[in-house]
Design a protein around this ligand. Structure first.
Ligand code: PLP
Length: 393
């Protein structure tokens, strides 16, 4: 903090690599690709570290695609998800030769075929089906139920595959699903797998061959006392059922979530008869998860403070919203000026941050062995409005 200032995100390269390798090595010699879901943490240094050890990438926008390319990632290892891909995004994906479009609707299939046809090329596609399983996670991050906007109904997929098979500009490569996020029980994944394997059988009987099965991301991590599923056991269960089908996974949170912390400083302590507030320099614009999902992040003092004020503290930021809290009722010994670490903040932390209340976005640092590197400079006050214009009259 001394040299980078506060608030701050800090990531561990060692942990990011270890987490990706845990997925990768679980497959052994079975054909597979572990595509890191870029939206969890899209800093180009994070992407570069993963590209160097062989990761593929799951992208959801042209911005993420360009980040991957700038970070040295291979287009041929990118799968492109997302419910409303624009013509420009599809065109760029085709130009750079991404591995596959994960198609989320009939209308999108038509659009991809049109763009591929106008470029006189073929687009590799996979249909994202909605297996209608309940991931039993927070409703905002559950995506595999019929009422969600994602994917096509599993019962409608056959028709879409038939349409794709008719087109000389579409190449059927895969089938995919992604049922939600922060899932800590293996059973919803296996329920979804059984459903998509049934569909693959139906497709095969119709002469439609699937080369890869993409089971999405969603593997949960420990924030509080959750017991996450065993990745090796999950992959082993998958491999028992899939024959020699190539498997793609799209983990995001499980790669970076526990590899990052958010550092914040105590500005003031404020106690009344009912409540103890620690007013910190970090806020909901920097780390949205507590305000947005009522998410829990463990809080540790960067240095133990035995002379502080012992209480159950709410950690609240300077933003003018009652929802601006990062933690509630935490037993800590605090003094003004203390630094605190919000743990498990590597996923959906910086990427969901904003400039709300005209707060510059924070710096990001990566620790690599005994070295530390600035991987994103803190925004300046000038950065906040240097792309804005006055109207002249
Ligand atoms: C968000 C998302 C992921 C990553 O989810 P995690 O829970 O971070 O693993 C993977 N695939 C798709 C299609 C997604 O939308």
């Amino acid at each position: 903090m001394q040299c980078y200032g506060s608030p701050l995100y800090v990531y561990s390269r060692t942990d990011i690599e270890k987490n990706w390798r845990e997925f990768d090595s679980a497959f052994g010699q079975h054909p597979h690709l572990v595509c890191y879901a870029v939206k969890a943490n899209s800093n180009i240094a994070v992407l570069n570290v993963l590209a160097k050890i062989g990761a593929g990438f799951d992208i959801v926008s042209i911005g993420e695609l360009e980040r991957v390319l700038a970070a040295g990632g291979e287009a041929s290892k990118c799968v492109f998800s997302g419910v409303a891909k624009t013509q420009a995004e599809i065109k760029r994906g085709l130009e750079v030769g991404i591995r596959c479009f994960n198609v989320e609707s009939a209308a999108e299939l038509v659009r991809i075929e049109q763009v591929a046809s106008s470029l006189n090329t073929q687009a590799s596609i996979s249909i994202r089906v909605n297996p209608n399983v309940d991931a039993k996670t927070h409703p905002y991050i559950s995506t595999g139920l019929k009422e969600n906007k994602f994917g096509v109904d599993i019962d409608d997929a056959l028709e879409l595959y038939k349409t794709a098979q008719q087109s000389e500009h579409l190449l059927i490569k895969g089938l995919d699903c992604h049922i939600g996020s922060q899932i800590t029980d293996v059973s919803p994944f296996i329920d979804a797998l059984d459903k998509v394997l049934d569909l693959i059988e139906v497709l095969k009987n119709q002469g439609i061959d699937i080369e890869h099965l993409d089971l999405g991301g969603g593997v949960g991590i420990t924030y509080d006392n959750e017991v996450p599923l065993d990745i090796a056991a999950y992959v082993a269960q998958v491999l028992k059922k899939v024959g020699d089908l190539e498997i793609i996974l799209e983990p995001g949170r499980a790669i970076v979530g526990n590899a990052g912390v958010f550092i914040t400083k105590v500005e003031f302590l404020k106690q009344n008869s009912d409540k103890s507030f620690a007013l910190i320099d970090g806020a909901m614009n920097d780390l949205l998860r507590p305000a947005f999902y009522n998410a829990y992040h463990h809080v540790l003092p960067v240095r133990e403070n035995s002379k502080g004020v012992d209480a159950k503290w709410d950690l609240v930021g300077p933003i003018c919203e009652t929802g601006d809290f990062l933690a509630k009722d935490r037993h800590l010994s605090l003094s003004e000026g203390d630094y605190l670490a919000l743990m498990s903040a590597g996923a959906y932390g910086f990427t969901m941050s904003s400039n709300y209340n005209s707060r510059p976005r924070v710096a990001e640092v990566m620790v690599s062995d005994s070295e530390h590197h600035l991987i994103r400079k803190r925004e300046t006050i000038q950065d906040l409005f240097n792309t804005e214009y006055l109207i002249n009259d």
